[in-house]
Design a binder for this molecule. Structure first.
Ligand SMILES: [Zn+2]
Ligand SMILES: [Zn+2]
Length: 585
């Protein structure tokens, strides 16, 4: 068994444990294990042989035993037992609204139902209503649930979609005849959530590639398949769609699959205005009907997305900007910014927590991780005392923290800046007395309590906070948690006006659950010449990788390199975020 097949078996184990109930942590361990195994870069056989599986983060002894057994025999005794305990077809049947494990068991006993098709047939034949615990009404509801396509769309958070998409792409890349491929759709446009993962691939024989893809072990269901297309459901319930094309069709296919619809519509208009038309494999010159009779339309083959835009007489629009928010017009006038911020521009990790508050790792571990990512500095910004639930750092602890920073600094190759994530209190003042605040190298000021103030009070609170004389970075500005909590009620433009005249910058928070501020507000801030930092809000070393999400959302807001403070070198950054204007160090 290869790593993907093993991952699929672990995933199934997790799903069955979840359904069985009462085994939350075990199920979770298997789920994490499945992901870790699918993502292994080292040879699995070698890890097992050298007894090093448990050294991999996320794999404990129980899991290691299962993996070794699966690797050697292709079977897991544990999974086999679980399969026998639960009714057949339970994984798909338990997803039907109104059905629980108990009810599926009853249906199986009474009618031998073990698939959605059998369930549907039984509903249509009116057999379900006679099973104990079911009635005509329930029968009707079940039938509606399995036949109506209008189930509420599940949207996946960007980081989950990206991880699953990258695994799928990694598998596709091993296909014979694979030439090139990329994630497309809203994922390529770095939207906060996506409804499905879209992959566009070009291959020597697209049909053969589709057949190969269907062998990806994390596929649990194939929803649709044609010769050059398949739509599948992955083990985590994510929908994925794969398009396979020939290489001459690839640029246009990628462009079309990336979207957005409104951007594409504009492009079609631009083409039509120039008597051109985007076809499957390139651009065609539209002829007048008379000319058409003389010579056939000539298609110009294009080699890249870039060439499509170029032939339409415009700058190439980066995927993150393709939202019909003025980018087409700007590209036609050649006024699209050429220096949008990139991950490579980032020189320092801003907004990092350690074990002094609610972080998982020490100052030293965070610093080393940032150093190994090629950063030149890191800002340690633990919570302030008012955030007591997050272990806010009291003044005496702060002294110890600074002493520790100085000790770690002696060995570190990058600069550790002493900072805080100071709570914006209800009245707009900042946590810690002024004489402490002035001594930090950097202050992130965030709201962590009283989210539900009315618009008037919240606007005033934030305006007061931003007017504080110390320089501060407005942290996770509007407090949204994607798909969980809406942004605060406040008059954003008014606060931006205050910031434009105060000593403050705005954070672009890379935590994939926050991604705050939103692009539309970033653009409003840019109009006012406000500066930004792209932060990671990291509570662990792994979360330093959040930087790419921060950059993604910044690019969606058209943020340029020169507008991002942590694209500056150490000295310039220090100077620009220094809380106290007169303090020289
Ligand atoms: Zn925070
Ligand atoms: Zn934080």
């Amino acid at each position: 068994m290869d790593k993907f097949a093993i991952a699929a078996a672990l995933q199934e184990t997790a799903a069955r444990l979840e359904l069985k109930g009462g085994e939350y942590f075990k199920a979770r361990a298997f789920k994490i294990g499945a992901r870790v195994v699918a993502e292994l870069t080292e040879d699995l056989g070698k890890l097992i042989k050298e007894n090093r599986l448990t050294l991999v983060k996320g794999i404990g002894h129980t899991l290691a035993k299962q993996i070794a057994e699966l690797y050697a025999t292709g079977k897991s005794s544990f999974l086999t037992k679980l399969r026998a305990e639960l009714p057949a077809g339970i994984l798909e049947l338990a997803n039907v609204p109104g059905l629980s494990v108990k009810k599926v068991e009853r249906l199986q006993e009474a009618l031998g139902i073990s698939s959605i098709d059998e369930l549907k047939a039984a509903c249509e034949a009116g057999k379900i209503r006679n099973v104990k615990g079911f009635g005509a009404k329930t029968e009707q509801k079940i039938l509606e649930a399995i036949t109506s396509p209008a189930q509420p769309e599940q949207r996946i958070h960007i980081h989950h979609a990206l991880r699953a998409g990258e695994r799928l792409l990694e598998y596709v890349e091993t296909a014979p005849g694979f030439i090139e491929g990329e994630l497309a759709g809203s994922l390529r446009r770095w939207q906060e959530t996506v409804s499905q993962i879209i992959v566009v691939v070009c291959a020597k024989r697209p049909e053969a590639l589709i057949d190969y893809v269907l062998g990806f072990p994390l596929i649990v269901r194939v929803a649709e398949k044609t010769r050059r297309y398949c739509s599948v459901v992955l083990s985590e319930g994510f929908k994925a769609k794969l398009l396979a094309v020939k290489s001459e069709e690839y640029p246009v296919a990628l462009l079309r699959a990336t979207g957005s619809d409104r951007h594409l519509k504009k492009l079609d208009q631009v083409a039509a205005n120039q008597k051109l038309k985007l076809t499957q494999s390139g651009i065609e010159k539209l002829m007048s009907s008379r000319a058409k009779n003389q010579t056939p339309a000539r298609a110009i083959r294009v080699k890249s997305e870039w060439e499509i835009y170029d032939r339409l007489g415009m700058q190439c629009v980066p995927p993150e900007l393709r939202e019909d928010a003025g980018e087409v017009e700007a590209a036609l006038k050649s006024s699209l910014p050429q220096d949008l911020i990139t991950v490579d521009d980032i020189q320092g990790m801003v907004h990092c927590h350690t074990m002094y508050s609610d972080g998982k790792h020490s100052i030293e571990q965070m610093t080393h991780a940032a150093q190994s990512m090629g950063m030149k500095y890191i800002t340690i910004t633990d919570h302030s005392p008012t955030a007591f639930y997050a272990g806010g750092v009291k003044i005496d602890q702060l002294q110890r923290q600074w002493e520790e920073i100085e000790r770690v600094q002696e060995q570190a190759k990058i600069k550790i800046l002493k900072g805080t994530e100071s709570d914006i209190l209800a009245d707009g003042s900042l946590d810690y007395p002024d004489w402490i605040l002035e001594q930090f190298d950097v202050i992130v000021a965030s709201i962590h309590s009283r989210y539900k103030m009315d618009e008037e009070k919240m606007t005033r609170r934030l305006a007061v906070a931003m007017r504080q004389p110390v320089f501060k970075i407005w942290g996770h500005a509007l407090g949204r948690l994607i798909q969980r909590r809406p942004p605060f009620d406040c008059r954003v433009e008014e606060i931006l006006d205050v910031i434009a005249e105060s000593r403050a910058a705005i954070e672009i928070n890379g935590d994939p659950y926050r991604l705050d501020m939103e692009p539309r507000w970033l653009r409003e801030a840019r109009k006012r010449k406000i500066k930004f930092v792209i932060s990671v809000d990291a509570h662990s070393t792994g979360a330093l990788n959040n930087v790419k999400f921060g950059v993604g959302i910044a690019r969606r807001g058209w943020v340029r390199r020169g507008e991002v403070l942590n694209s500056l070198g150490l000295k310039a950054f220090q100077k620009s975020v220094r809380p106290c204007q007169n303090r020289e160090r």
